[in-house]
Design a protein around this ligand. Structure first.
Ligand code: ADP
Ligand code: MG
Length: 356
């Protein structure tokens, strides 16, 4: 016989069990939703870009990834020097002829690049392009024996000096009212190759965050930003590979490094993947704009910084100025540190190597 009392009790325990089941279901749902990690890949700026993003809504994450890629395409469209129709190419074609009106974004980027040049005493200089072209023209790479120029040797001192006359960020004339850029001499050009990738990564992150995606990793061929945490709730881990692994003839000076990053960017400037080969000799594709020659001292510089733009500038510039001046420069960039080859670590870099 069931008394009203025991019926009440049965009812109460049924309710408790139901609530518990609902709670368990909600927790499972939450955990399951939290672990949603999506990946996207697109070919932009001549390289493969990867975005990893976590969140709870598949459609929203996919939408965010697509808009982020679109944003990077837009930057490439404006700033690439490979595209004939980019604003940078238009400025180059009009050198010595007329000022060119550009988008607010490109104008601001050029202004920013001039600031970096001032900050680095000209070690960073986007007008270095004619020199890069002078050296690149001499390469035998990608050419059949018949195509190799007879002067397949590094440029002469005279040629370098002649080209240096076309280089200098202080020659650029900007008109903020008309948003125009004017290169006063024919043959001058602008090259944002050392920073556009970093900027594009930052912009992709900004777009992802604006779409509610707080945790993501945008990787543009090793120039990357790690926002928030990964699906395990930990900082993102990024593996930097020994650059000489592929080239056994080189002494191994670098071990694989594992970085742990939250809201940090990493970029590497190195001459092991991109370089200029002339007469079998390997030259760095980063030049010292003051001497007109490829830099020699450092084979590779990896920078961790608060933004990918800053990291990109610093990795290029530290390659030019070397370790000691690089350390001085770091004082102007809060929270930035670097790792260079031949082996050197700036204070603070090891912080990113430790398991948190
Ligand atoms: P990567 O292209 O491997 O990411 P960087 O970010 O260091 O390497 O950029 C290298 C490019 O920057 C070169 O291909 C060249 O076009 C340009 N560049 C070379 N030297 C300088 C310099 N001193 N200042 C600004 N840009 C440079
Ligand atoms: Mg760079």
């Amino acid at each position: 016989m069931t008394t009203p009392n025991s019926r009440n009790q049965t009812l109460r325990s049924a309710i408790v069990v139901s609530i518990a089941l609902v709670l368990i279901f909600l927790v499972v749902l939450l955990v399951w939703q939290d672990s949603l990690t999506l990946e996207g890949e697109a070919r932009i700026m001549g390289i493969s870009i990867h975005i990893t993003a976590t969140g709870t809504n598949r459609d929203k994450i996919n939408e965010a990834i697509n808009v982020a890629f679109d944003r990077m395409r837009q930057i490439d469209q404006r700033m690439s020097d490979y595209r004939e129709d980019s604003e940078i190419s238009k400025i180059k074609r009009a050198a010595g002829k007329a000022p060119v009106a550009v988008s607010h974004e490109t104008f601001a980027m050029i202004q920013k690049a001039i600031e970096y040049s001032k900050q680095t005493d000209g070690a960073f200089d986007m007008t270095v392009r004619p020199l890069v072209a002078l050296w690149r023209d001499r390469t035998e790479e990608g050419k059949s024996p018949a195509q190799i120029p007879p002067n397949n040797a590094p440029p002469s001192e005279q040629e370098i000096l002649a080209t240096l006359r076309l280089v200098g960020y202080d020659k650029i004339v900007l008109d903020p009212a008309g948003q125009t850029v004017w290169l006063p001499e024919r043959g001058m050009s602008i090259d944002l190759g050392a920073i556009a990738k970093g900027y594009a990564v930052d912009e992709a992150i900004r777009v992802l965050r604006a779409h509610g995606v707080e945790n993501s990793l945008v990787n543009a061929g090793g120039d990357l930003y790690a926002a928030g945490i990964n699906e395990d709730g930990k900082p993102w881990t990024v593996l930097l590979r020994d650059p000489y692994e592929k080239d056994r003839s080189k002494i191994r000076v670098w071990k694989d490094l594992k970085l742990h990053l939250t809201d940090k960017a990493v970029t590497t400037s190195g001459n092991y993947e991109r370089y200029i080969l002339i007469g079998g000799q390997r030259f760095n594709h980063i030049l010292d704009p003051r001497t007109g020659r490829p830099v020699k001292a450092l084979d590779s510089v990896t920078v961790v910084a608060g933004s990918c733009l800053e990291a990109d500038v610093l990795s290029t510039v530290i390659t030019v100025v070397g370790v000691q001046s690089g350390l001085e420069l770091l004082k102007q960039f809060e929270g930035a540190s670097f790792y260079a080859i031949p082996e050197f670590q700036s204070p603070g870099f090891d912080r990113h190597l430790e398991e948190p």
